[in-house]
Design a binder for this molecule. Structure first.
Ligand code: SF4
Length: 698
């Protein structure tokens, strides 16, 4: 249809399906979205991947939610109701619950794929309108570990360089990223680097499409990357390749790091990680002799109980080589979710206020309260991080949760526990545009807009603030998420502090709320975004051009110096043994996005990956008598599920891989472990124990 029809209008916007946020035009005819075309934008240069090309097909999907729904009692079916009935019911129940159990009996859990304006509104609504401390977002499950490590080490949580720096590097070390499938359009920058002669090293338990093209693949056991990174640093020290002057002038903590890594000989690292010592040595020499050199990492190391430490070990390497702040050099995270970067800067995170202000710092609280027009003593303190919220729901301390554009039932680990917690709530409200697995459990479902129906901004994985434009109206009675919040605030008697007529109103307040913060948006205007092809924060004044590359002279800490931390190896939370001899790791495939709520509904994408599978090495399969495509039982200490075995020589023989985009009995998070990183509470998705059984095994 889209190819044969001539659009009346092309609306410039950005793809919603990953942190690259490729530029695209939405084709519109008679007010309807009929297709997309790639747009030349600095970070995608006219390219789109398979998801981007068909993303528009969800807009008019028959499953779109078009009117509010409610249950007339637990166990009753969801039935169509008016907005007035739905919102009145929510407000009445919230007031009852807060009167009886206190204001923290309500929680708000939101997604990060929404615009910055919506993310900002979510955080403010929770804290200023509901007065609850319990607000968190799904980035907690995604890359909160990377965020904290960059803030700790460098003082700023942002990828320190633009993608256009990648071709400038002489060596790219990719740690835990299946970039070719998860960020396909980003690969053009890697190919340019390769064309320019850059070496490529990939650290991953699977020989991913990217690893297959690398000079060196380091097949690491899931959860043991720190041993390899420390051993590389040790070898760099022994080879005299540390940038001593940089380390002396621009960092703290080097001596402690240097002392710690000495025990990580290549042989010891081999024992801990399974990577041959010879490859570790070769990697140290390739990476250590290149200048500039760049590290990119993603969920493979971040989705882990050691996520913060593994990112810090990457940063140690880059600092030791004097690379941060240099064109083509450094260490950076590849943010996954559509607006994963902006979403974590807007104050919908348990411990943060807009602009990365901290909820525990008195001056930060005072400033935010003044922008919001509330007394500072009414601003709640830090609340529960997402996994902790689930425990508070299960314990009955949180009585109601509003979930906005996120699908906990697929995305949180050990999701049988999640279901019990959600069922324990007195009032579960889901704001979404499809009936996700989480919405299926809700007492009230409120239909909202998808990305092409929204105007506003997002921030891509580079820290580039970009503009999204509205191409169509939400279907039926569906409303923009921010409008739903405004209407709820009015019914709660808070219109004086939460009244917006447009996303631009929210944007202008957001600019003020971030002013003077680390993520300072105050100098960014929508007009400037259009003129410059996006604006990198920090951008403190309207005549400031933005900041594509960070740390050129100073790091973000008050003394301008970076921090290095000694990072000892610790094993994953579960270790294989006789009963469960494999390590199970989970991840993404090119055809799906996050919990699959959107992409499983798009015909082409679903046809390419309609169900999950378990990847197993042919040698391991042969020992178990398992053949390609045979349905097997995958078991972990949490339970079991059936799925097809895919024999893949590209995976380590002691490791299994399952994609996580599926719901109900196909959700791999039925089986993953309930364990979180101790400081940021990111769950462990990348290393638990498992075994595979033939179906006729009793
Ligand atoms: Fe969309 Fe990411 Fe694909 Fe670009 S690379 S088209 S942003 S999914």
């Amino acid at each position: 249809e889209s190819a044969s029809r001539i659009p009346e209008q092309l609306v410039p916007t950005h793809c919603c399906f990953c942190g690259v946020q490729c530029g695209m035009n939405i084709k519109v005819q008679e007010g309807r979205v009929i297709g997309v075309e790639a747009r030349d934008f600095p970070h995608n240069r006219g390219s789109l991947c398979p998801k981007g090309v068909v993303a528009y097909q969800q807009v008019e999907h028959p499953d779109r939610l078009r009117y509010p729904m409610m249950r007339r009692g637990k166990g009753q079916p969801l039935q169509r109701v008016s907005w007035d009935e739905a919102l009145s019911y929510i407000v009445q129940r919230w007031q009852e619950l807060q009167d009886r159990y206190g204001r923290n009996s309500i929680a708000l859990y939101s997604g990060s794929s929404m615009t910055n304006e919506k993310c900002y509104a979510m955080g403010k609504f929770a804290r200023a309108v509901l007065g609850t401390r319990h607000v968190d977002y799904n980035g907690r499950l995604c890359m909160s570990s990377a965020a904290v490590s960059y803030a700790q080490a460098l003082g700023i949580d942002r990828c320190p360089f633009p993608m256009t720096d990648i071709p400038l590097t002489k060596c790219l070390l990719v740690v835990g990223s299946n970039m070719g499938e998860c960020f396909p359009v980003m690969m053009q920058w890697v190919w340019r680097a390769r064309d320019n002669g850059a070496a490529l090293i990939v650290l991953d338990p699977r020989e991913t499409p990217l690893a297959r093209t690398a000079d060196l693949w380091l097949p690491v056991r899931p959860g043991t990357d720190i041993a390899v990174l420390n051993a590389i640093l040790r070898q760099i020290i022994h080879d005299g390749l540390v940038d001593e002057e940089y380390v002396r002038n621009r960092t703290h903590g080097w001596e402690e790091v240097k002392a710690l890594v000495e025990e990580y000989t290549p042989e010891r690292a081999q024992e801990l990680s399974g990577v041959p010592a010879s490859r570790i040595l070769a990697a140290a020499r390739l990476y250590g002799r290149a200048d500039p050199s760049m590290i990119l990492h993603a969920r493979g190391i971040e989705h882990s109980t050691h996520g913060v430490n593994t990112c810090l070990a990457c940063i140690n390497l880059a600092l030791a080589r004097g690379q941060l702040g240099k064109p083509g050099g450094g260490s950076g995270m590849i943010t996954g979710q559509g607006n994963g970067q902006g979403g974590r800067e807007m104050g919908q995170k348990a411990n943060q206020l807009p602009g990365y202000r901290h909820i525990d710092v008195p001056e930060h609280r005072q400033y935010t309260a003044s922008v919001w027009g509330i007394p500072v003593d009414e601003l709640p303190w830090e609340g529960a991080a997402a996994p902790e919220m689930i425990h508070l729901m299960a314990k009955g301390e949180i009585k109601s949760c509003m979930v906005a554009c996120s699908n906990l039932m697929v995305s949180l680990p050990d999701n049988r526990v999640v279901q019990q917690a959600l069922n324990n709530l007195e009032l579960l409200i889901v704001v979404d545009f499809f009936l996700s697995e989480t919405a299926e459990l809700a007492d009230v479902v409120l239909p909202c807009s998808v990305w092409v129906e929204d105007e506003g901004t997002t921030t891509n994985l580079e820290g580039r603030v970009i503009k999204t434009n509205k191409a169509a109206d939400p279907p039926g009675e569906a409303k923009h998420d921010w409008v739903i919040l405004v209407e709820l605030a009015r019914r709660l008697g808070k219109e004086q502090i939460f009244s917006y007529a447009s996303p631009l109103d929210i944007w202008n307040e957001l600019r003020l709320a971030t002013k003077g913060g680390i993520a300072d948006y105050s100098g960014i205007t929508w007009e400037k975004i259009d003129r410059q092809g996006g604006v990198f924060w920090p951008c403190p004044t309207e005549d400031h051009p933005g900041t594509p590359r960070l740390h050129t002279e100073r790091f973000g800490h008050p003394d301008g110096k970076a921090r290095m931390f000694p990072i000892p190896f610790q094993p994953p939370v579960e270790e294989p043994g006789e009963n469960f001899p494999f390590r199970l790791t989970t991840g993404r495939v090119v055809y799906h996005y996050l919990s699959g709520t959107q992409t499983r509904r798009i015909g082409f994408l679903n046809s390419q990956a309609p169900e999950p599978w378990v990847e197993i090495h042919p040698q391991a399969a042969s020992k178990l008598g398992i053949t390609h495509n045979e349905v097997v039982r995958l078991r972990t200490p949490r339970g079991s599920m059936q799925l097809k075995a895919l024999l893949a020589p590209s995976i380590r023989p002691d490791t299994l891989f399952v994609p996580y985009h599926y719901g109900h009995e196909q959700a791999i998070n039925q089986l993953t472990v309930q364990a979180v990183e101790p400081t940021v509470k990111i769950p462990e998705f990348k290393a638990c124990v498992a075994r595979i059984e033939k179906l006729d095994t009793p």
